[in-house]
Design a protein around this ligand. Structure first.
Ligand SMILES: [Fe+2]
Ligand SMILES: [Fe+2]
Length: 315
């Protein structure tokens, strides 16, 4: 048993949080807007590829976006593609019955739309190499997704609260960086879905903090220290993340200021008075982690600025 199980039994908490999940599901369904992937794709730009239809082979010259946008698009799409494993990871923890099951299935259906819409757009506009993309999808999905966070409802709800917000920002900034109007429109639409997902998980986790403050605090401190995006198993993820960070699409500063900090504030972690010694200790650990993260973010920004200055001087 993990320390978190000792503090709060998973099955009990899943049951206690079920009415919250039900209320959040209702709220979600009342504000989520229906949208259609096919409307976001410029089909008229499409042409046949080589192979069965004897069209034109993909070439990088055809791509309407730059190399960094291609890198971010591929990482983000492969991340969306691994949905079956995320569905399993979540449903293993909270089950597939009651409001939990209804939410997980609805969420899965919405997430599936993201991969469908992105792939259609990227293939029709020849934004990325479709052969490399398919090989990577096969490789990535064949390896599945396993996470230490998929062991307890507090770990799962905490992790996805951060991850949905990180994904929202990553999609949004990829769209802006691409300077492709249609892609920007599609990724903004997807980012709006991710924001609603974040709200569901963040609100459930808020209720979990009230029900089991110490256990929730330990879970969040653990998640913060170990946080990795679900796409981190993608081949060459580190190299690709550096390119994405250098372009300012997703970097440590964004992770600290726009993802971790606002979610932690929404849970009121810094001002809570309901922690015992275990929760207090976890909060201290989180505070130390956040200040290290802030320092690392500043170091990265300084290095990036120096690099930009060197490039400008060489031009
Ligand atoms: Fe998504
Ligand atoms: Fe999402």
């Amino acid at each position: 048993m993990t320390a978190i199980d000792d503090l709060a039994v998973n099955a009990d908490l899943v049951l206690d949080l079920e009415p919250v999940a039900a209320a959040e599901l209702e709220r979600h369904l009342s504000i989520a807007k229906e949208w259609f992937p096919h409307e976001y794709v410029p089909w008229g730009q499409g042409t046949n590829f080589d192979g069965i239809y004897e069209g034109t082979e993909w070439d990088v010259e055809q791509s309407p976006v730059d190399g960094v946008a291609r890198t971010a698009l591929v990482v983000n799409l492969l991340t969306e593609d691994n949905l079956p494993s995320y569905h399993r990871a979540l449903s293993d923890v909270v089950g597939r019955d009651s409001a939990w099951g209804e939410w997980i299935h609805r969420w899965t259906a919405e997430e599936a739309r993201h991969g469908i819409a992105m792939r259609d757009y990227m293939v029709v506009t020849r934004a990325v190499d479709p052969v490399a993309l398919e090989r990577e999808r096969m490789d990535h999905m064949s390896r599945g997704f396993d996470s230490a966070n998929a062991t307890h409802v507090l770990m799962s709800m905490g992790y996805v609260s951060f991850q949905e917000l990180a994904t929202r920002i990553s999609h949004r900034n990829t769209g802006l960086h691409s300077k492709d109007e249609g892609l920007n429109r599609l990724l903004a639409r997807i980012a709006a879905d991710e924001n609603l997902h974040m709200l569901f998980y963040r609100n459930v986790m808020s209720a979990a903090f009230d029900l089991a403050p110490d256990a929730a605090m330990v879970a969040v401190a653990n998640i913060a220290e170990d946080f990795a995006m679900p796409g981190n198993e993608v081949e060459g993820f580190t190299r690709r993340s550096v390119a994405i960070a250098l372009a300012g699409i997703y970097d440590l500063r964004i992770h600290h200021d726009e993802v971790m900090s606002p979610v932690l504030r929404a849970w009121n972690v810094w001002d809570r008075t309901d922690f015992g010694p275990v929760g207090e200790q976890a909060r201290d650990r989180l505070a130390a982690f956040m200040s290290d993260l802030d320092a690392s973010a500043t170091r990265f920004e300084d290095k990036r600025a120096a690099r930009a200055a060197r490039v400008a001087a060489a031009e």
